[in-house]
Design a protein around this ligand. Structure first.
Ligand code: HEC
Length: 349
């Protein structure tokens, strides 16, 4: 491997490590964001439920007293829907005119006049209302139908996108019982069916503002941790890279030593046998040319060239008397000469 390749592969690993770290930190940030968003919704849900429960408490209180008498004025005229109730309108001994307000009337008036006091809007509605102004809107109708079909559900809620921001809208159902039929038409209202409901719209902005601060705080820390992590990864990779370069330099040194040893051995063999001097070098030279033509792959060519240079190394094991014998070799001497193949193999393995 060349030094350039080593540097490149380390750069790549460093880049991958940094990318993985950044990805992990971003995931943590995203999860936290999700968690906070869920928190906002759950806070808004609680607020909605609390506000609606308070409305129900007012309703129960009014029902407990069988309605309340209030002075008649333009805001509170006698209810035409209570005209069947005896003593709907009465007069105090001093002549003050009073009219009866039942729970739904009280609730509607409270909602109409003070519904937005806390930034939340409440409304009472029904699919078949006694008072037409209580007719369910499209969203209320959807909520009432859902709650009617799922009587076990205690509420229905959805997030609504408006021009002024995101709202959580929640509806709590009211079911018809025997007592309701005194004023609500029995032919239109069946016991156990959904009679209507109260719904509320809670703006999420206030809760978002609350969580924004914790979000900024946490993201600050997360950013710092990310930054420190980057530093640690870069420092660690520098240390590893330096170590790798040292190892690489050692390896190069080894290869150089091996190569100089090789040429030494080859020189020795060639010097000993003047008869075949330069033979190994020439075999290596031709092997290299042939290998290159056949394989093209430089690493194979290099291996073949090295093998060719060493192919006669076994000659070291042949005594001079045979190796340099001028005359014809006896069969035994021939066998000994052939032995240089095995000797070479043993030597190199
Ligand atoms: C004393 C008579 C009376 C009784 C009893 C009564 N209501 Fe009503 N209800 C009314 C009147 C009057 C209105 C219209 C109030 C308004 O908006 O002016 C009304 C309105 C409502 C509304 C709003 C939608 C609409 O129809 O206008 C709901 C929902 C409702 N009542 C549910 C109930 C339930 C549930 C019961 C039984 C638990 C019940 N009411 C018992 C008189 C009564």
């Amino acid at each position: 491997m060349e030094k350039k390749t080593v540097v490149l592969s380390y750069r790549r690993s460093l880049f991958i490590a940094l990318a993985v770290w950044t990805f992990l930190v971003s995931m943590a940030a995203l999860l936290y964001w999700n968690d906070q968003t869920r928190q906002i919704v759950s806070l808004a849900k609680n607020t909605a439920k609390t506000a609606l429960n308070k409305d129900f408490a007012t309703r129960s209180w009014t029902i407990l007293h069988g309605g309340v008498y209030v002075p008649i004025d333009t805001i509170t005229p006698p209810s035409p829907y209570l005209s069947h109730v005896p003593e709907r309108d009465i007069q105090t001994p001093l002549g003050q005119q009073l009219t009866l307000m039942n729970s739904s009337y009280v609730l509607r008036q409270m909602m109409e006049n003070y519904g937005t006091l806390y930034g939340e809007k409440t409304r009472i509605s029904a699919l078949k209302p006694l008072n037409p102004s209580n007719k369910a809107t499209a969203w209320e109708e959807k909520a009432l139908r859902y709650l009617g079909a799922n009587p076990k559900k205690t509420d229905f809620y959805e997030l609504e996108q408006k021009k002024s921001g995101t709202y959580l809208r929640m509806m709590i159902p009211m079911f018809t019982d025997k007592s309701c039929l005194k004023c609500h038409n029995p032919s239109e209202n069946k016991i156990g069916e959904i009679r209507g409901g109260i719904d509320i719209s809670v703006p999420l902005a206030a809760f978002a503002k609350m969580t924004r601060e914790t979000l900024i705080h946490t993201y600050g820390w997360l950013g710092l941790i990310w930054f420190l992590g980057l530093g640690a990864i870069i420092a660690a990779s520098k240390i590893i890279r330096n170590k790798a370069f040292q190892l690489y330099a050692k390896e190069i040194e080894k290869i150089k030593n091996y190569q100089s040893m090789l040429s030494l051995v080859i020189e020795l063999i060639d010097k000993r046998d003047s008869y075949t001097a330069g033979h190994s070098q020439r075999v290596a030279y031709y092997s290299e040319i042939i290998a290159r033509a056949m394989y093209h792959d430089e690493s194979i060519v290099k291996k073949i060239k090295e093998a060719a240079i060493l192919h006669d190394v076994g000659k070291i094991a042949i005594p001079d008397s045979i190796l340099l014998k001028p005359g014809i070799l006896t069969p035994i001497e021939k066998d000994l000469i052939y032995y240089h193949l095995t000797a070479g193999y043993d030597l190199l393995s």
